[in-house]
Design a protein around this ligand. Structure first.
Ligand SMILES: [Zn+2]
Length: 78
């Protein structure tokens, strides 16, 4: 099953939360797109631990960049 349509950037390296200063294990992948930088179907990926998922979603959502959050197990690995 490919929920992401193959458009999300593969995740390289360790699955560590993207929040600044956090080294927590990532549980979630936040898919986002900045229309000024990326083609519409492109999905950049931020990783988030349980603690920072909501914070990062709000950060991206406030800029209208947030698209979708998926379990980290559904992300394509580089
Ligand atoms: Zn975190």
């Amino acid at each position: 099953m490919d929920l992401l349509g193959g458009s999300a950037d593969p995740v390289a390296g360790e699955l560590i939360c993207s929040a600044k200063g956090c080294r927590g294990e990532a549980r979630w992948g936040l898919l986002w797109n900045n229309p000024r930088l990326h083609t519409p179907e492109r999905r950049k990926v931020w990783l988030a631990c349980d603690t920072h998922r909501e914070h990062l979603e709000q950060f991206l959502g406030a800029r209208s960049f947030w698209k979708q959050t998926v379990p980290v197990t559904e992300l394509e690995r580089a």
